[in-house]
Design a protein. Structure first.
Length: 308
């Protein structure tokens, strides 16, 4: 059995594994895809002290750093169930194998909900973006659309309006769902257009980059086209926690793992970190810090709970 078993191999999981291994305790990482969302990222410019890097490069560096230590990496393995036994926490894998550990750190991350329209995949990272904090500055002086009128969409539109030339916010419903204070801030901005009852239908491009977006006005059923350079999709971030539903680990109404100050969850010996948790602002640097914190939380738990 392990002392610390990390589920997830993104920035949070990698940081947790390194912090645990440095304590000289038996550490394992089980990951469906080592590297996580970082693998899908083009350029990263906000990982402090690294002026600029690329996602696959950072993912490789994460793996190499973990491999500097005695960590058992089990890649391409999906966790399917979490059970608290009398002595160990058990992680059951989809393969049927069962891993046992005195403590477990959940770092299964999240995924952006997609529009599922033609062109979205083709132009991902070529104008189709999901993270305004990450990619906003790339569209300085250009025209962008934000898809989604919930809090994250309206916050993104306000944020982007300060950087880009013009923002068009498209909402499927007949009204925005964001908090009133955000909506009035948005409406006060001179370079923002709000379109409601808009069903996005296609991302247009020239083969290399985004050139526009089409949508259907749901009230009139008419098709429209907007010329622009960027599209920020803000229709939800889904935590990868479906496998925990039905376990003792308490989730928020959005499915995020509820954590305390030490990264502790409601299940004894189980900690969590990164995009899968309620911790706000989903970013690499935040996920790494949370992973380190949860790992130290787990170590603290181990030295308090086990006999010398
Ligand atoms: P993830 O990176 O999501 O990693 C989760 C890990 O868990 C993966 O290894 C996954 O395979 C594994 N996993 C999931 N479910 C299971 C399971 N059931 N069993 C086993 N393993 C499982 N942030 C920035 O700071 N700067 C940027 O420029 C930036 N750009 C981004 C661009 C894009 C396109 C995207 C999608 C995200 C971007 N982000 C950026 C956000 C950043 O990538 C995330 O905040 C960060 O990766 C979260 O780390 P994490 O370890 O919590 O989760």
């Amino acid at each position: 059995p392990f002392d610390v078993l990390v589920v997830g191999g993104g920035p949070a999981g990698a940081a947790a594994a390194i912090y645990a291994a440095r304590k000289g305790i038996r550490t394992g990482v089980v990951a469906e895809r080592f590297g996580g969302q970082v693998l899908d990222t083009m350029s990263i410019e906000n990982f402090i002290s690294v002026k600029e890097t690329e996602g696959p490069k950072l993912a490789m560096a994460l793996e190499q750093h973990v491999k500097e230590y005695d960590v058992d990496i089990m890649n391409l393995q999906r966790a399917a169930e979490l059970v608290r036994g009398p002595e160990y926490v058990e992680v059951k894998l989809q393969s049927g194998a069962v891993l046992k550990s005195k403590s477990v750190i959940l770092a299964t991350g999240a995924r952006w909900r997609e529009m599922n329209v033609p062109g979205e995949q083709e132009y991902r990272t070529k104008g189709v973006a999901y993270c305004p904090h990450c990619d906003g500055p790339l569209f300085k002086g250009k025209r962008v659309a934000v898809i989604g009128g919930g809090n994250s969409g309206v916050e993104a539109a306000i944020d982007l309006a300060g950087i880009v030339a013009h923002v068009t916010l498209l909402e499927f419903d007949s009204k925005l769902r964001a908090d009133a204070v955000l909506q009035s801030k948005l409406r006060s901005l001179p370079n923002v257009t709000i379109i409601t009852e808009a069903l996005s239908t296609e991302v247009l491009g020239d083969g290399n980059k985004v050139t526009g977006l089409t949508y259907t006005d749901r009230a009139t059923n008419e098709g429209h086209k907007i010329d622009l350079e960027g599209i920020f999709v803000q229709i939800g971030l889904l935590p990868n926690t479906d496998w925990l539903k039905g376990s003792e680990v308490e989730l928020s109404n959005r499915g995020e793992i509820i954590v305390g100050a030490h990264g502790n969850t409601s299940m004894e010996g189980v900690f969590a970190a990164g995009d899968a948790t309620i911790v706000p602002f989903k970013q690499i640097i935040i996920a790494m810090g949370e992973g380190a914190k949860a790992s130290l939380g787990a170590f603290d738990y181990l030295i308090r709970s086990s006999a010398p």
